[in-house]
Design a protein around this ligand. Structure first.
Ligand SMILES: Cc1cc2nc3c(=O)[nH]c(=O)nc-3n(C[C@H](O)[C@H](O)[C@H](O)COP(=O)(O)OP(=O)(O)OC[C@H]3O[C@@H](n4cnc5c(N)ncnc54)[C@H](O)[C@@H]3O)c2cc1C
Length: 578
């Protein structure tokens, strides 16, 4: 179907193989953390010719990198803070990601900026958007999204009839880009693995190997089996986001980086609850609130409050949810209620500790340090600029290696599925005909797998029942569930319902109605017996129940206490295949 080099799979056998190599070989670089930054570092290092290992304690992207607003953007509010360099850098990345690196995963999205003041506001916002659009051009590339336009209230209401007439005086529409953050990270990791990186999830760093002061590797616990292994590395990169300080503690040194967590929550509501063909951005007292189109849903968020409790499962409280509903309802003619909320998720921003105590004012820029020989730390930044962070971190690695390391080339490395995507998109009707799937399904698959769609279609050829949608989450085909286990590193039911798909936030039942069907589909590729299937469903159910109950609590402390009650690790009875 397409001419592309074979993309690495991240199935159970590949994880087993990666762990045995991690335990037996010395690597140039070992990366701790499988979020967007760690994955970016792995790809950057592998494409510079270095030998690379990466270990992630839980599922890939299960930290902050699956819990963002899912925007690839410069950040209008940083413009207001006069942080032009940050905005320029992010917009250049947006252009690159849209047009070369991941056109299958990153796509333009329009936003309406309602104006509430007569007179000064239109020229002020308009001037900001002229600058935003201009900064979006990067060397050799167009902006990748249309420019902004001014709208009267009447024209704005035609695009967004859901808006309350009295809530605004006119509007400006501008464009940014959006991404499925969790899938992006997994695709980055598959790309890194294709270039030789050895990556393993559920592999937690529990200590460091030292020769005197120098770090010479990490001690890793395979959380599926409890077995510990020593992974030797010339340089270790700590890319653990809000866990940065914990890793710093493990290495025993005084930290050079202090990361503070700031919680942000998002709600999902069905698309028909807000009548609009454009996203909306609203000013709030602290920051901004986005209403973002997301398939058959809207994502609405976010909040910005300091968080000092459990980092693995940050909880959204009733207070957080009411805050978001109150702010969006201020501009909607038919207000949303809690009954409209299909899903809720919370994430923690890894902010570099600064002078100001107000988290929304803390820096989104990143830092790279080399606190002791053999260890590089990278933290801060945002999803959009992960590639720059990764390049800076690998520059620091190169400095620590006695090798000549070529400069970063990831600006010229399309991610797995990007090559050939445009041609396949243009042929989608033919593809629909030959596969027997509706063209809407082909579009959905192309925007998730790009040119790797052929691997999903092969599964369907082998078993036509995999062409059926899931009963209870019909946006997804049964084949996608199997593929998540065989190719995308999913190890548990939660990985599939929360990150390979987003059924956990896109349905009112939050995945419970499909848990059994999905677990049965995962059983053969993951080697589960009936007991394991039952256990997976039970653990997932407890997690959903805990999340629902926590969202009824008024305070973070109460919400966190309930989340902590749900068990974290699903024990695995069956060994990995050899
Ligand atoms: C609410 C919210 C909205 C946001 N919206 C946007 C947006 O729209 N656009 C944008 O550009 N950015 C956005 N961001 C910021 C962006 O999401 C983050 O900057 C980015 O995802 C951080 O990635 P990371 O790799 O540093 O951290 P993470 O994704 O948290 O990755 C760190 C990983 O390290 C692992 N780990 C921890 N300890 C260990 C250990 N001992 N051993 C092995 N692994 C370990 C964790 O499990 C985790 O997976 C948002 C953030 C939040 C919270």
């Amino acid at each position: 179907m397409t001419a592309r080099m074979g993309t690495a799979r991240l199935g159970p056998a590949e994880r087993f193989d990666a762990l045995s190599r991690l335990g037996s070989q010395e690597f140039d670089v070992v990366v701790v953390g499988g979020g967007v930054v760690g994955a970016g570092v792995a790809l950057d290092a592998a494409t510079r010719g270095l030998s690379v290992g990466l270990v992630e304690a839980r599922d890939f992207a299960s930290g902050t990198s699956s819990r963002s607003s899912k925007l690839i953007h410069g950040g209008l509010r940083y413009l207001e803070q006069l942080n032009f360099d940050l905005v320029r850098e992010a917009l250049q990345e947006r252009s690159l990601l849209l047009q070369r690196i991941a056109p299958h995963l990153v796509r333009p999205v329009p936003f309406l900026f309602p104006l509430t003041h007569v007179g000064w506001e239109r020229p002020y916002v308009g001037a900001g958007l002229v600058l935003y659009d201009t900064l979006g051009f990067s060397l050799g590339f167009t902006r990748g999204v249309p420019g902004h336009r001014h709208l009267s209230r009447k024209r704005a209401l035609r695009l967004a009839p859901a808006l309350k007439r009295a809530a605004f005086t006119g509007a400006v529409q501008y464009w940014d880009a959006q991404v499925d953050d969790a899938r992006y990270v997994m695709t980055l990791l598959r790309t890194a693995a294709t270039y030789g990186a050895q990556v393993a999830s559920r592999a937690q760093v529990v200590g460091f190997l030292r020769e005197g002061e120098r770090v010479t590797g990490v001690r890793v616990c395979d959380l599926e089996t409890g077995v510990e292994l020593d992974v030797r590395a010339r340089q270790v990169v700590n890319a653990t986001g809000v866990w940065t300080d914990d890793i710093q503690d493990l290495v025993g040194g005084r930290g050079q980086i202090n990361v503070k967590a700031s919680k942000g929550i998002h709600l999902l509501v069905p698309r028909d609850r807000i009548h609009s063909v454009t996203g909306i951005i609203l000013r709030t007292e602290k920051s901004v609130l986005f209403v973002i189109p997301w398939g058959r849903h809207w994502i609405i968020g976010t909040t910005d409050t300091a968080w000092t409790l459990d980092k693995a499962h940050p909880a959204a409280s009733r207070t957080d949810i009411d805050y978001v509903l109150d702010h969006v309802n201020a501009v909607l003619s038919v207000p949303l209620t809690r009954d409209d909320v299909e899903g809720v998720y919370a994430g923690l921003r890894p902010l570099l500790k600064g002078e100001s105590e107000q988290t929304s004012k803390l820096s989104r820029e990143h830092v790279v340090t080399h606190p002791v020989p053999g260890l590089v730390m990278v933290a801060g930044g945002k999803f959009t600029t992960y590639r720059k962070m990764a390049a800076d971190a690998v520059n620091a690695v190169a400095h620590g290696l006695d090798l000549r390391v070529p400069p970063s080339c990831t600006d010229r490395i399309p991610l797995a599925g990007a090559e050939g995507y445009q041609a396949l998109w243009n042929s989608r009707y033919r593809l629909a005909e030959s596969s027997g799937l509706h063209v809407a399904r082909i579009e959905h698959l192309l925007q998730r797998y790009g040119s790797m769609i052929d691997e999903v279609l092969v599964l369907i050829e082998g078993d036509p029942t995999l062409a059926h949608p899931l009963a209870g989450a019909d946006d997804y085909l049964r084949a996608e569930i199997v593929y998540a286990a065989t190719h995308e590193g999913a190890r548990h039911l939660n990985d599939v319902l929360t990150r390979r798909t987003h059924i956990s936030i896109e349905t009112f039942h939050r995945g419970l109605a499909v848990a059994e069907e999905v677990a049965e589909l995962l059983a053969p590729p993951l080697g589960w017996d009936g007991e394991q299937v039952k256990r997976e469903i039970e653990y997932y159910t407890k997690r959903v129940e805990a999340e629902r109950a926590s969202q009824e609590q008024d305070t973070d402390q109460e919400a966190d206490a309930i989340q902590m009650g749900a068990p974290e690790i699903v024990p695995v009875a069956t060994p990995d295949p050899t």
